[in-house]
Design a binder for this molecule. Sequence first.
Ligand code: FAD
Length: 405
Amino acid sequence: MDLDDTPEQAAYRAQVRGWLDEHKSEAPILQGPGALEDEDEIVAARRVWQGKLAEGGLAGVTWPKEYGGQGLGPIEQVICNQEIGRAKVPGILDAIGVGMLGPTIIAHGSEEQKSRYLGPMLHGDEVWCQLFSEPAAGSDLAAVQARARLQEDGSWRLSGQKVWTTNAHFASFGLLLARTDADVPKHNGLTMFVIPMDAKGVTVRGLRQISGEAEFNEVFFDDVALDAAAVVGGAGNGWGTALTTLMFERVTIGLGGEGLGYSSTRFATAIAGDEAARRDPEVRHKLGEIASELLAVRFTGYRTLTALQHGQIPGPEAGLAKVTIVKGAIGAGDLIADVLGPGALAEDSEWAYMISFLPGLKSAGGTEEILRNTVGERVLGLPPEPRLDKGIPFSELRSKEGAAA
Ligand SMILES: Cc1cc2nc3c(=O)[nH]c(=O)nc-3n(C[C@H](O)[C@H](O)[C@H](O)COP(=O)(O)OP(=O)(O)OC[C@H]3O[C@@H](n4cnc5c(N)ncnc54)[C@H](O)[C@@H]3O)c2cc1C
C-alpha cells in the first residue's frame, strides 16, 4: 500500500487544515493559560465546538451523507484526526456517540431511530453514553444482569445497575445492553435498548478518578418504563448489536492515537527541552523504543484501514493496536515524568491528564489480557480458554458473588 497521501487525500487534508486554520480560534481552551475550569462550562463549550466541527464536515466523517455525515472512508477519518491533533484543538465531545453508538444505530436501528437520534448526536445537541459494563460484567460482558421484562402491551420494565459509564452525567440518551431472557445461554438472551437518561427511575452517581476529572458514573435503573420502540436491532439480538459497538470501539481507540496526541515527535520535543535528558543514552534508547512501537501501530493501522476501505470488518488483530498504543503512551508518560519531575503532574502541565488517565485506558475498550487472549485464540490458533458456561441457560449459572443469577 502507498503510505503517502494520494492526490485526493492530500486535497482532503488541505481542505480540513484550511477549515481548522479559519476556525481554530473559536475552539474552547482546555489546557494552559486561559483554560476553562468549570466542568459545566467545559461541556457547554465543547458541545458548541462539536456543532461547528459537524457543520465544517469534521464530525461523522465516515457516516453516510443521508444522516449528516460526509460519506467518506476511514482514511479520511484518520486524516481528520491527524489534522485536529496538529491544530491542537479539542476533538468532538461525544466521541463515544459519534464513533461507536451512532454507527451501531446506523447498522442495526430502525429508520425512526436513525432519523430521530443521529442528527442531534452528530451536532453535540444530545450526548450519548454506553451502558454496557456492570460490576460483575466487564471483560465478560455477556454476563450482564440488568434485566428488562416484556410487558403485555409490548413495552418493557428495566431494573439493574451499570458502572464506568463515561459522560452519563450529561448524556441525553444511553445505549444499554440488558438481559431479556435468562432461560437461554448467556449470549442469546440479550437485547439492546435506547434509554432516555431523564426517564423516571434512572439515577446517575459520579465517580471521581485520580486525574481529578469525574468522567465516569454508576447508573441505577429502578423499574424504568421503556417503549417497544426503544429496542435496537430486535429482541434477543443484543449480543450481535453489542459486537458492532465493540468493533467500532476498538477501531476508534486504535486509530485515534494521533488525535489523542500520542505522537513520538511530541514526546521527543518535551524531553529534548531538558539538556541532560537529551544527551542521556538511556533516555534516548527508551524514546527510540516507544517511537518504534508507535510507528508499528501506525503501519499496522494501515492494514486495518485497508480492510475497512475494502468494506471488510477488521479482524481480531485490530485489538493489538490498542494494546500497543496504550503501552507506548504509558512508557512515554513514565519517561516524561522521570525527566520533568513532579512538575509533569502539576495542574497546568500538558502531561498531567495523559499520565493519570492512561492506566484507565488499559481497561477501556477491552483489557490487555482479553485482547491478547483473543489474538492468541483467533489469530495464532492457540487452544481456547475453557468456557464452562457454554450452552448453559444463564439462570443456571452462578454469579461472581455466589448468588444465583
Ligand atoms: C477509561 C474507561 C472508560 C470506560 N467507559 C465505559 C463506558 O462508557 N461504558 C461502559 O459500559 N464501560 C466503560 N468502561 C468499562 C470497561 O469496558 C471495563 O473496564 C472493561 O471491559 C474491563 O472490565 P472490568 O473493569 O469489569 O474488569 P474485569 O473484567 O473485572 O477484569 C479485571 C482484571 O481481570 C482480567 N481478566 C478478566 N477476565 C480475564 C480472562 N478471561 N483472562 C485473563 N485475564 C482476565 C482483566 O484483564 C483485568 O485485568 C470504561 C473503562 C475505563 C477504564
